[in-house]
Write a protein of this length. Structure first.
Lengths: 220, 268, 220
């Protein structure tokens, strides 16, 4: 591998992962062997990439947990305007996931997938963690030791609850759905095998799935 | 392709069985033998009766336009019988196809009028469907081969430390969450194996708070987990939570000697 | 604003947002006024940024909903090693359904079922909606008013396409007049119409189904 190829790969890796990477982590891209670059070569690639950023809108910065590309803060004002006109809301998938965690805790990702019948996107879980609504409380003792997810006190605070016991019981929820069927049909694109009703919803709600978790409203 | 049609069995072996990445394969891979216990998996590999039928035709190197209906029907029926013998749950569509094949076969066996009459070949509809299905099966394969975000092309992004707007994340009401869960429940009822039974929430909540308190490295005294002030119901809930945690193998409960103190710790 | 500044800003914006941006969207960074660059200037900046990617590990690509930076596909394999979760695989049933919607849109569930010969599972449709790959675009004017499904720009973005026309071309259905007479009438001497034909075939063809086609019952 030439040093130019190595540099390309390092740049691409840092931009693809969007989390700081150390030299050691970057080296995980290569199998052990004579072709594996050494730390010095990676370091050199990083130096060059850093220099390449001179005069650009992004810079390669070394932070505590490694290197990452970041947008220069001088440009923040203008770029922030791009976020501005994007009011957001949570996707149906995220809300359902949160509800399952609330009622079935502690619960693993796999169990959530079983209940929803759809695989769980990493973005949803990340968003829930970022909002500090969920936490890991342990690991299930099965192969893979999946994490057990539960809601936090922050979740209770946000929803103005003193304790989980204050959440309505499942029976009450079912009643609710019988009383106000219209409300439920508007909550998302739910389709089921025989049923036509669900499909209709999809049209009504611009349920976007950008970033898996948060939806910019105006783009449908 | 007239030659191919006339060729029949004699030259069948020379014709490519399939084109894989530009290389014609004229032999069926030997590793296609399916051990009986893998049958279920094997059948699941078929996306439906058309897929199975297409497989039977392709593996004999036949063109869809000249299906030997009796032979293919027989083979198809063998699969169906086998599935029934093994008591595999058979999608209704497979039986519908069996009936269709049987009907075509019987019509083919009837003495037919002279070819100049414009009566349609009994296989015409089946051939049309097979062709159409094959086209989309291929299209699905092509789609799968396209570069895909997150697999072949990774979006490049940089951190944005200056990001300020929308610091307040979307608002959600509890009602919305409840509606979402009602939706999950409604859907879950469609699938009986996804049954969500009613469970006292307080036990679940207590399970989490116990997990929060105990550690993997050291044992926590059993008694410490109970809050006497909560009275009898509170104590019972804690006990139930501990038992449930033990049942789910999330905690380990230990007692070194008879009547000695009981300890609890999280399972690593 | 100089063209170099504009270029920097566009690059930074595309990297900061992590979703494709159109020229119009990029222009939202500027207030209306004499200083606001015109579309041509933005377009030029994009062109230059695209050229700057030559020989690098990332490229600036235009997909259905705008421009995005992405890692060159050749490097994806190595970089994927840095990710914990493997990219998802989709079932044949899901891909077939998606292909039918993509090529036949707008199309109803019933039409998809007719083509595939099996009923459409609820999970597949839900997954496609959740991924934001399909949407409802109307209803067919037949009894039941079934929904018409179509693909979204998110679908094109995901498969790295700018427009539906870029999809691989679809095979063609051969003319039914080409249908050949049944094989047993052609091969070998005409047998007595009754029960024999199947046995005869088995004898003639090297691929006897018992060997490698169907598992004989007695073996199980």
């Amino acid at each position: 591998m030439t040093s130019a190829q190595l540099k390309n790969l390092v740049e691409a890796a840092l931009l693809a992962l969007n989390s700081p990477l150390t030299v050691t982590e970057l080296l995980a891209m290569f199998e052990d062997g004579p072709d594996k670059p050494d730390r010095r070569a990676v370091r050199k690639a990083l130096d060059e990439l850093q220099r390449d950023c001179a005069g650009r809108g992004v810079e390669l910065k070394e932070v505590a947990s490694g290197f990452r590309y970041q947008v220069r803060t001088e440009l923040a004002d203008r770029i922030n305007r791009l976020f501005q006109d994007r009011p957001q809301r949570y996707s149906q998938a995220l809300l359902e996931t949160l509800a399952i965690i609330a009622y079935r805790q502690p619960v693993t990702r796999g169990e959530i997938e079983d209940i929803r019948g759809v695989s769980l996107s990493a973005g949803i879980v990340r968003t829930l963690f970022e909002r500090e609504w969920i936490k890991v409380v342990g690991h299930r003792d099965v192969p893979g030791h999946p994490e057990l997810l539960a809601t936090t006190s922050g979740f209770l605070d946000y929803f103005n609850l003193k304790a989980l016991e204050e959440l309505p019981s499942l029976g009450e929820i079912k009643d609710l759905s019988q009383i106000e069927p219209d409300l439920f049909e508007q909550t998302g694109p739910v389709s089921d095998a025989g049923g036509a009703p669900a499909a209709q919803d999809a049209e009504q709600t611009p349920v976007a799935f950008e970033d898996d978790n948060v939806i910019p409203l105006q783009r449908s | 392709m007239p030659e191919q049609a006339k060729a029949g069995a004699a030259t069948q072996e020379e014709m490519p069985f399939a084109i894989v990445q530009g290389v014609p394969l004229s032999e069926i891979p030997r590793d296609l033998y399916i051990p009986p216990d893998a049958l279920e998996v094997f059948l699941e590999a078929f996306a439906g009766p058309l897929d199975l039928l297409l497989y039977l035709i392709k593996r004999q190197n036949l063109d869809i336009l000249d299906i030997p209906i009796a032979r293919v029907t027989e083979q198809y029926m063998s699969y169906i019988e086998l599935m029934e013998v093994l008591q595999l749950e058979l999608a209704g569509e497979y039986l519908v196809m069996a009936a269709m094949l049987a009907e075509i076969k019987s019509r083919m066996l009837l003495p037919r009028p002279e070819p100049e009459t414009d009566e349609e070949d009994p296989r015409a509809e089946l051939v049309r469907r097979l062709q159409e299905y094959e086209i989309f099966k291929q299209a699905a394969q092509d789609l799968d081969d396209l570069p895909r975000l997150g697999r072949d092309c990774l979006a490049a992004w940089a951190d944005f430390p200056g990001k300020q707007v929308n610091a307040s994340p979307p608002e959600v009401s509890l009602e919305t969450i409840l509606q979402s869960f009602g939706e999950v429940l409604r859907r879950a009822e469609v699938f009986s194996h996804h049954r969500i039974e009613r469970e006292p929430l307080s036990v679940r909540a207590r399970m989490v708070s116990i997990l929060d308190r105990i550690k993997v490295e050291e044992f926590t005294r059993f008694q410490e987990l109970f809050v006497v002030e909560e009275g009898r119901p509170g104590v019972i809930v804690v006990l139930l939570a501990l038992l449930e945690l033990a049942r789910e193998a999330l905690v380990e409960i230990a007692q070194n000697e008879i009547n000695g103190p009981i300890y609890v710790r999280a399972v690593a």
